[in-house]
Design a protein around this ligand. Sequence first.
Ligand code: IMP
Ligand code: MG
Length: 212
Amino acid sequence: MSPARVAAMASDSSAVPDPLTVGRYTASSVMVSAADLKARVQALGEEITADYAGREPLLVGVLKGAFMFMSDLARSIDLPVEFDFMAVSSYGHSTRSSGVVRIVKDLDLDLAGRDVILVEDIIDSGLTLNYLRRNLLARNPASLEVCALLVRENHKVDESILRYEGYRVPSDFLVGYGLDVDEKFRNLPDIRIVDVAPEESAADPTVARSPA
Ligand code: IMP
Ligand code: MG
């Protein structure tokens, strides 16, 4: 299925900005509404159901960002599926990539002979995906496909490995529906652009005056 474009997303009138602020972070413009997400994830599930008929795919979710997408995706797949999760660190507590991918939690299940679908929240540079694909292929699955909810327009991975994808998105930092900034906003039902206020400097007189 070809991914929907961002330009086509604003069609839903429920996508009215309703800014939420937590600390320095404000989740403002809605990029994908909850209603659009529901329909898109359902369509991806139906496509997987058709493609994997007669098989029992193993969904491998990349924590934490993919947890909400994987939960909804699994419920829209009308086949026996199994789950496993990995956690990797590619970003620290900010919106900047560390450029380093490290397995923080490995899988519990054996992938040998399994039809594995790697479920990701967002493919940004593609660094994490490239690393994970190499790592999972070395475990001899029968097949390995990728299902990503969001893919950056300027990603650096081979298009042919992006089997299932929800939306192509520009470079804005996004939160909601599992995606976070500094662990915040994962529980938003929609996907929003986050604005980050500059850090208050220690020399700021308003900080110096505040009570201890
Ligand atoms: P990549 O290795 O550059 O492709 O980064 C992929 C990972 O970075 C994703 O799985 C997310 O965890 C995180 N990430 C990238 N862009 C965003 C964003 O806009 N919001 C939240 N997390 C992001
Ligand atoms: Mg992720």
